[in-house]
Write a protein that binds this ligand. Sequence first.
Ligand code: SF4
Ligand code: SF4
Length: 370
Amino acid sequence: MASTVYFTDLHVNAPQNLLGKMGKLAQQAGLEKIDCNGKFVAVKIHFGEPGNLAYIRHNYANRMVEILQEMGGKVFLTDSSTLYSGQRSNAIDHLRSAFENGFNMLSVKAPVIIADGLKGTDYKEIVIDLEQCKTAKIGAAVANADVIVSMNHFKGHEQAGFGGALKNIGMGTASRGGKLDMHSTSQPIVDEKCCTSCRQCEINCNYGAIALNSHRKAVIDRNKCVGCGQCIAMCRFDAVLPVWDSSSELLNKKIAEYTYAALKDKPHFHISFITNVSPDCDCWASNDIPIVPDIGMAASLDPVALDQACADLVTAAPSLPGSRGNEKGKINLIGKDKFHYVHPNTDWSVGLQHAEKIGLGTRDYKLVTI
Ligand code: SF4
Ligand code: SF4
């Protein structure tokens, strides 16, 4: 059976404004049917790497918080820390970045809680027993929440093809070890030049798989290492590194399975902003010009249908001349997959097909414009 995806464009007639349109869209798409009364409601959003300006404005997050609080929810904003180094790789830096980008108590009337804790190691292992992942390591704050609301910036992604609802939830709620599971099919490596012999990796490895050698450099015992990623989290010197060796197809399948885990047994709601559709992820400290004009906002109770609908809307749109979707301004990409054009080694459709197969949702949707 087809799922319904609700859509609104960005036209307004004063005194109406876009915040009001977002609220109306969310209610029509079924948010009001979710029982939030007295429940812990996690609003999953990407706070944006400082320097990137394409992420969703905090004003939208605040309006969503107000709606959920009116529904009786104990609401918090959340994201998990990154696998790579940057300004969101632990809770302190991540909170600082979120506050700098406007997600603070002056602008949004709800606290920010980093889902996987201080060093990216606070998670719950959720049993899913699916094709790629038997379990998923989901940040504890999300795993412990009663309701998940995902606010997704829909844009390109250099490994997944695009980032939408599934990427925001599957990758975005995973702990560091979970992110390593998705990005890599192998164990971490040690860059000896950066190793300062601090032993934090050795002390924190639960498997006795990493230790200093006679040159006082960390070495991983490949027979003992289970690839949990704890040592990456513990090393403050970027001496332990993930191996980015998962194909786009495999990555997208794992993201679908992690999304399944994060949403398992919880009411959930999804809203995507098809605006500032930058070619790359908001994890970069910059954003290139959008590949299509701003399209609008879409929402659904079905994250798979929502991602498919957003992808179809971008496919149907003209590419912006001068953008990486059409650098010379001469190619007619209307009706063509612009994400695949920008990132030819990716295939997002594999992830949505897999999501459908595991019962996360359906790619068959009815688009209702309000
Ligand atoms: S935590 Fe990093 S710097 Fe410290 S011993 Fe391990 S690899 Fe070396
Ligand atoms: S990935 Fe996990 S098991 Fe392997 S060395 Fe690092 S902490 Fe130990």
